[in-house]
Design a protein around this ligand. Sequence first.
Ligand code: SF4
Length: 105
Amino acid sequence: MNPQNASRRQFLILTGTATIALLAALRFVQEASAEALQNLPLDNAQAKALAYTEDASSSKHPGYKAGSTCTNCQFFTAATGACALFKGYRVSPNGWCSAWAKKPG
Ligand code: SF4
């Protein structure tokens, strides 16, 4: 076998292994971050003030518009379920509150 081909093969194997290890590490960090957050309690004072619900379609709030959920709110981080307005908590992707603002894009 040509020594150049062996070197190229080793390079590809090493970069492939490094990529897999990096992706595994990123996934671990994301899962660890998600586990650190607690579900937002419905009796949380701020959640009550903003009429938060875990099921957007059940909202009776006058500001609720069909189709708006935490998933398409600019304050939501899909990777962790975090909401910028409720530090330390995870909200339901299907949830909604009166602070909902359309995610750009
Ligand atoms: S601000 Fe957005 S992401 Fe946070 S609870 Fe309200 S609707 Fe959901």
